[in-house]
Ligand binder design. Structure first.
Ligand code: UT7
Length: 341
């Protein structure tokens, strides 16, 4: 059985920087830099321009990952696309990426799978891609986490608890088959559907007939509560630290590892305070944890591949290192992955 390793990483964030002060001065949100930094660690985020969708951000990130893997686009055997902000409700975003990468023009009608697991999406996608490589189905899988949050956030004072936290970006990795003794050793996933409504966006309610209420002229009418994500922040925070500590502890134990055997931890970037608390409880020194939430905010499915890219680029992540990824988010869903880089 081949191993699956990450052969290339890529990242792209749209150029427009939106600072915490901009949220107040440009959008008129009753918030301030001190509140946002103290509660979340975020200083700024990126917002995509009008007309830019999730698959657009994914193109440069994917091209970079493929190039850094030393491959051609046509070498990719499958796309796994993780997002909570798809280009359209359907079809999935993977097929748009396939088309924009030129794979259809090249006659590469490879399978495209979309993963809908929010902040844990990248780890759910990773687990799937690794299994497909290990069972011999594919040699190179492009795994993407990408989000355009900015067009679906309530950027008013009403939505400030959620709106100030999220940003737009795309991260990508290529997973490749190898017979070398390296790669993704295990990914451990979980979910607790009792909290499905604790962080959710209910614009699409297929139980309603029609699914969006219509006015007398037949036009859909949506109240802001349904249009934008809603979150019980304190419940998410509490569950995040509890679940992350458990899944990290269990995953390390499965591989007979102590926390100090790990060279680099990449935690989902939802809140710096969550990550600092988890690090502190695990007695992990700060230099073994990489964060970038201060520059990008929470980019949901894109956070983990963006960290891997930055860690590789800066030389913090090198061949032979032991890397642990962990994430928690809406669903609730969570996961942890142990990798020999
Ligand atoms: O990746 C998805 C997973 N998401 C998460 O992991 C998020 C987890 N939760 C959190 O990160 C935190 O709960 C938040 C950062 C969202 C909020 O921090 P908090 O310490 O739980 O604040 P809070 O929601 O309890 O609000 C405290 C106060 C409230 O005012 P009062 O009622 O005490 O007068 C809010 O109205 O802060 C107010 N507030 C704000 N003030 C300025 C809420 N949002 C803002 C804001 N700017 N943006």
């Amino acid at each position: 059985m081949p191993n699956a390793y990450i052969s290339g990483t890529g990242f792209f964030a749209p150029p427009r920087v939106v600072t915490n002060d901009d949220l107040r001065s440009i959008y008129g949100i009753d918030t301030n830099d001190e509140w946002i930094q103290q509660r979340s660690g975020i200083k700024e985020r990126r917002f995509a321009a009008e007309g830019v969708s999730c698959s657009d951000l994914a193109v440069p990130a994917s091209e970079q990952a493929i190039q850094r893997a030393g491959l051609q686009k046509t070498d990719i055997d499958m796309i796994v696309f993780c997002t909570l902000s798809p280009d359209q409700m359907f079809p999935g975003t993977g097929v748009y990426l396939q088309r924009k990468l030129g794979l259809c023009d090249a006659g590469r009608f490879i399978p495209c799978l979309d993963v809908r697991n929010q902040c844990s999406g990248f780890l759910y996608g990773l687990s799937t891609a690794v299994a497909l490589i290990q069972n011999g189905s594919y040699r190179h899988v492009l795994l993407v986490g990408a989000e355009v949050h900015s067009s679906a956030l309530d950027l008013t004072t009403r939505g400030r608890t959620v709106g100030v936290l999220f940003g737009d970006a795309a991260g990508a990795v290529v997973l490749s088959a190898t017979h070398e003794d390296r790669g993704v050793r295990g990914t451990y996933l979980g979910a607790d559907g009792r909290y499905a409504d604790t962080l959710s966006m209910k614009i699409w309610n297929i139980g309603n007939r029609p699914f969006i209420p219509v006015d007398a002229d037949g036009f859909g009418r949506i109240e802001p509560r349904s249009m934008y994500p809603q979150m019980d922040g304190r419940a998410v925070f509490k569950n995040a630290v509890e679940r992350l500590l458990v899944v990290l502890g269990e995953s390390l134990q499965k591989h007979n590892l102590a926390a100090n055997d790990v060279d680099l931890f990449c935690f989902h970037q939802a809140n710096l305070r969550i990550n600092e608390y988890v690090r502190d409880q695990m007695n992990v020194p700060a230099e073994k944890v990489i964060n970038n939430i201060e520059r990008y905010g929470n980019t949901t499915a894109a956070t983990l591949p963006s960290l891997l890219f930055e860690a590789e680029q800066s030389g913090r992540l090198r061949r032979g290192m032991k890397v642990v990824l962990a994430a928690f988010g809406a669903g609730f869903t969570w996961g942890c992955s142990v990798i020999d880089w």
